[in-house]
Design a protein around this ligand. Structure first.
Ligand SMILES: Nc1ncnc2c1ncn2[C@@H]1O[C@H](COP(=O)(O)OP(=O)(O)OP(=O)(O)O)[C@@H](O)[C@H]1O
Length: 284
């Protein structure tokens, strides 16, 4: 059955997901430091903005000023979308302290109060009619209180799915650990994508693996990936064989590649049809 999907438009990732993320899903993006989670979260939002969708970025780890700079670093011009009222940043970092933060309109004063965050986020999603949300990072919300991790995720998930939005929750895990963010969180989310950086023989290798994604088939292998001046690229037609002492990159079987390519084409056609129907309905 063809289900509605949100294409990430991150090169190679929609193939790995057999078309994209099922819509209204909450996806955990887990990984150690420097693996590309924040870049991926920004790219996902920008790709939606560039195609006419609204988006919200919730920052808990970086000052809004550096968030905007980081978008600019990849030539993702969010300033024009902010002016048009299609994109906004929820500042859950500064608590309103400092002169530059005075300019922020969506500020969470107390990040320990998840209800305040949910209220600000709900308003933000409505104000820009957001279809995509990135929260960077959810780990900050329960780092010192693991017992509230699951309830925090469930509360956010209810708001996000209820408003018809698809979200990436960035989750930080320690270097070298293959966990995702704790048992309560891992089972509560609809999907888990893991980004990794491994040192083998004095060299670092980037890779990505989709661990779970409800309601869709997924590629069951680890794919090599890169970060470039244009953001993340996933080499979807190859897999990375990694042992403690060796690395090799192998091509995927042709039938698998063909099936993944077809799934993306079908999703693209379905997305185009849905947009055309919505536009016709608007014009009537
Ligand atoms: N233009 C670029 N070309 C190649 N690599 C880049 C470029 N810009 C940034 N990077 C790489 O991206 C990495 C940072 O990615 P990102 O901030 O998304 O990591 P992260 O997984 O969110 O890390 P953390 O959890 O520590 O915040 C940097 O370590 C840097 O090596």
């Amino acid at each position: 059955m063809l289900i509605p999907r949100v294409r990430t438009y991150v090169p190679g990732l929609d193939e790995v997901l057999y078309g994209g993320i099922p819509d209204r899903s909450v996806i955990l993006i887990s990984g150690g430091p420097g693996t590309g989670k924040s870049i991926f979260g920004k790219q996902f939002l920008y790709n939606g903005l560039a195609r006419g969708e609204g988006g919200v970025f919730v920052t808990l780890e970086e000052h809004p000023v550096t968030v905007r700079r980081s978008f600019r670093h990849f030539n993702w011009d969010i300033a024009k979308f902010e002016k048009e009222g299609r994109f906004l940043i929820v500042d859950a970092f500064t608590a309103g302290i400092g002169s530059t933060s005075q300019r922020e309109k969506y500020v969470v004063k107390d990040v320990d109060n998840v209800h305040e965050l949910v209220d600000v986020l709900r308003q933000a999603i409505k104000d820009v009619n957001a279809k995509r949300v990135t929260i960077d990072s959810v780990s900050t919300l329960y780092l010192t209180k693991p017992s509230i991790a699951r309830s925090t995720i469930m509360l956010l998930k209810r708001v996000i799915a209820g408003l018809g939005t698809t979200a990436l929750f960035i989750s930080q895990v320690p270097v070298g650990e293959r966990s995702f963010g704790g048992p309560g969180v891992e089972h509560a989310v609809d999907g888990i994508i893991r980004m990794d950086l491994d040192e083998v023989d004095g060299k670092l290798y980037r890779s990505i693996i989709v661990w779970k994604m409800r309601d869709t088939k997924i590629s069951m292998v680890r794919h090599p990936m890169d970060i470039t001046d244009n953001g993340v690229i996933v080499y979807w037609d190859r897999y990375l064989k990694l042992t403690a002492a060796s690395v090799s990159i192998q091509p995927l079987p042709k039938e698998m590649v063909d099936e993944m390519r077809r799934a993306v084409e079908e999703t693209e056609n379905a997305t185009r049809e849905t947009k055309a129907t919505a536009q016709e309905a608007e014009e009537e």
